[in-house]
Write a protein that binds this ligand. Structure first.
Ligand code: PEP
Ligand code: MG
Length: 756
């Protein structure tokens, strides 16, 4: 076996020198391939780069016919080079011409070379090209040689990504990396945003690729790995609610990977080959991602994303960098791209700089999406591949109407969207004009449109949207974005601010609704829950911890002194719970009046209908409260046994189906019979088509995200409600496999020219 001349360390050092020199791009590539060939004692070294038309073009060669450069081309999947690019896997062959995929390109003169080693040029798991070495003799390249060539390929990936090669492109042909792509997902929040990509967990750009001293670098790696392991152990040992259930499973997986010998060995090997510890992390991760890209097994894919996160954490450890620097460097038109994000994390970004949100995961009723909707951010979710296809700073368009994301759009797409934005602006103008008109159907029936809110940032929307009031104020959001329990004074201050902003319009405060998927990182639960959605949450939790409820009630009573106070209890399962809560509320009222506090002029207590058990206590419920509000997000989740946060089943059942609409109609009828006002404040109220269905089964008050009020009002002012009620009655009476209420509604809208 012949030795590599000087070994990979020397090669990497030479490459570093060459990258720093002021050379023309072609000259630089030529010298790089020459250097690699010499160093690896290969007769040939060639670099193929993937173009946006899926063709691999020979960009530089040492050893093959030089006139073939920029002429020799292979399609993706064609020949050995095309196979490597398509599979993102290396090929190591002692007799290349015997390989079934071998394709002979006469212009290259490669027929005399037998052994062949080709590796993909990868960046963040995407193939940008292929790097090949060849020899005349039939030999098998050693594992360390393959490893060395992969390392060199990473350096080349960086060169391609930084755009140094753009000048070598033929006119009209671009490198694949710059290719315009359109990704499809689900429209989570309406609106169109044009701007530039900001990766929420930005792939850390490693600029320092080569180490000076491997031993020192191995030590750095070891230190970073140990503190990574420690931080995970630490998180696991804190038995907090936030780290239970799924979070815990993720952390367990992290711990397993962080201690995985294979992973650590590959990292060490890359460092021994001359990379810095951070460049090693990136290389190992990129290889792994490319290898696992074609996997369909959801469990393994999930683990892959854990491993990605872990690699990112390790990079941060190595670079000693926190997540904070990002907000400062934010462009003024940021399109956030993330695998997933917590509601609080989104609120860390300054709203005025955000134009859109793209999530690889997320579900339409998850909290990040509710917050995105609350702040009116165009959002597309379930966009597979978004994170690896996007680079920081790429131009991007988020279409929250059609659920599409355009990365690096071509000028015609951009022009079309600029027009779309103008069109939407005209529509917004119509909504604004509607704002001060009465919310009345075409046949003269009044419908009250309320808005949902949860934070002080939502309040200006009350005037802007023309809402009649706040139908659901999610008080837990203040708790969720804080790092410790908000003190009584802070709670009171927020509630007072809300009531002042509402200026006499009704506000329904929902008492704290935590548990389930709404976790407070600082609040310890007594035990791990198998099924948090069915667990110790909302009113169950507050009745068990009355101190929490009492503090909140007192803050609300004080803030509402001299005004009406509407309180709503979440996740009620039996009427007795309302009575228990009422007893706590009454006690607080007595307490405050004893100390001569100004009390609310009127106190109304309502309950949310979210748990199916209430459907069989409707008469008693209506007697026990002053109003009810249907939480359709949770009610639908429990009625259909469909986790509202699980994207895989998010679209499986339709809330606009006969059984669910029958349930909702039954609730309205029970309210009418008892004279108890009924509203609905789940996400169902916010889409014109589903809002139309709700009106058609008898709802006359609904509450939604502020941005939905315009479109819903535009729908209802054109709506002949009497006619729709007749259509709905008939549709709900005759349920068969063929019934499609959504389609019936769309047809009705088309016939009556109702904008949906
Ligand atoms: C609901 O469940 O429909 C609801 C409005 O409450 P949340 O979405 O906050 O759980
Ligand atoms: Mg709910």
């Amino acid at each position: 076996m012949r030795e590599m001349a000087g070994g990979p360390r020397v090669l990497l050092k030479r490459l570093r020198e060459m990258m720093a020199e002021a050379l023309e791009p072609q000259e630089r590539l030529d010298r790089i391939v020459r250097e690699i060939a010499q160093n690896m004692v290969a007769e040939v070294c060639s670099l193929y780069i993937l173009r946006s038309d899926s063709v691999l073009e020979l960009y530089a060669t040492e050893g093959l016919n030089p006139s073939a450069v920029h002429l020799a081309q292979l399609r993706l999947g064609q020949g050995l080079v095309g196979t490597i690019a398509a599979s993102a896997r290396a090929l190591n062959l002692s007799d290349a011409q015997k390989h079934p995929a071998f394709a002979y390109l006469p212009e290259t003169g490669e027929e005399i070379y037998h052994s062949f080693l080709g590796v993909p040029v990868l960046r963040a798991g995407r193939t940008l090209g292929v790097l090949v070495v060849q020899n005349r003799t039939k030999r098998h390249y050693r594992e360390d040689e393959e490893e060395a060539l992969e390392t060199v390929a990473m350096v080349i990936a960086e060169m391609i990504a930084t755009g140094d090669l753009a000048r070598l492109n033929r006119a009209g042909i671009e490198l694949d990396l710059r290719r315009a792509v359109t990704l499809s997902g689900l429209a989570f929040n309406d609106g169109v945003g044009l701007g530039h990509v900001v990766l929420h967990e930005p792939r850390i750009v490693v600029t320092n690729l080569f180490n000076e001293d491997s031993e020192e670098e191995l030590e750095r790696l070891e230190v970073a790995l140990s503190s990574l392991r420690l931080s995970i152990d630490d998180m696991l040992s804190r038995r907090e609610v936030a780290f239970e259930g799924e979070h815990r499973a993720v952390l367990e997986a992290y711990r397993m990977f962080a201690n995985d010998r294979g992973w650590v060995r590959r990292l060490e090997e890359a460092v021994r080959n001359g990379l810095t510890a951070e460049a090693a992390v990136e290389k190992v991760q990129s290889d792994m991602r490319a290898r696992m890209m074609h996997m369909t097994d959801p469990y393994l894919r999930e683990r892959m994303s854990d491993l990605d996160d872990l690699a990112n954490r390790l990079l941060r450890q190595l670079l000693g960098r926190g997540p904070d620097a990002l907000a400062e460097a934010l462009p003024k038109d940021a399109i956030l791209v993330a695998r997933n994000m917590g509601a609080a994390e989104l609120l860390d970004y300054p709203r005025q700089k955000l134009r859109g949100l793209v999530l690889e995961d997320g579900a339409p009723t998850s909290h990040i999406v509710i917050v995105a909707r609350a702040i009116g951010l165009p959002t597309v979710g379930e966009v597979k591949g978004a994170v690896s296809m996007a680079e920081n700073g790429d131009a991007a368009i988020v279409d929250g109407e059609d659920g599409q994301v355009h990365l690096r759009p071509q000028s015609d797409i951009e022009a079309a969207y600029t027009e779309k934005v103008r069109f939407r602006a005209r529509r917004q103008k119509i909504y604004r004009e509607l704002r001060d008109k009465p919310s009345r159907t075409k046949d003269g029936q009044d419908v009250a449109l309320f808005m949902n809110a949860g934070l002080a940032v939502d309040l200006p929307q009350l005037a802007q949207s023309g809402a009649e009031g706040i139908g659901l104020f999610r008080t837990e959001l203040q708790f969720m974005v804080a790092s410790t329990f908000p003190r009584a004074e802070a709670q009171e201050r927020l509630y007072r601010e809300v009531l002042e902003a509402a200026d006499g319009k009704p506000v329904t405060f929902r008492t704290i609704d935590i548990g389930g998927d709404k976790v407070l990182p600082y609040f310890k639960g007594p035990q791990q829950e198998e099924n948090p959605a069915l667990g110790w949450r909302a009113i169950r939790l507050t009745l068990d911890r009355p101190g929490l409820l009492r503090t909140q009630i007192r803050a609300l009573l004080k803030a509402a002194g001299g005004r009406e106070l509407r309180l709503m209890l979440p996740m009620v399962t039996e009427v007795a719970e309302i009575q228990q809560a009422r007893a706590i509320i009454d006690r607080e009222v007595r307490h405050l009046s004893r100390f001569a506090h100004l009390l609310p002029t009127e106190l109304k207590i309502g309950a949310m209908i979210e748990v199916p058990a209430l459907l069989w206590q409707l008469d008693e419920l209506m007697e026990a409260v002053d109003f009810v509000s249907v939480g359709s997000n949770d009610l639908f989740q429990f009625v259909t046994a469909t986790d509202r946060g699980n994207t895989r089943i998010a679209d499986r059942f339709d809330p606009l189906s006969v059984p669910f609409l029958r349930i909702l109609r039954q609730i309205v009828r029970a309210g009418d019979a008892a004279g108890t006002p009924v509203t609905l404040c789940g996400e169902l109220a916010g889409r014109p088509v589903s809002a139309m269905a709700l009106l058609g089964i008898g709802f006359r008050a609904i509450s939604m995200a502020p941005a939905s009020i315009g479109p819903v009002k535009a729908m209802l002012t054109e709506l002949p409600l009497d006619k729709l009620e007749a259509v709905m009655d008939e549709a709900l009476a005759n349920h068969s496999a063929k019934t499609n209420i959504r389609q019936t509604l769309r047809q009705f809208a088309a016939t009556h020219e109702i904008p949906l």
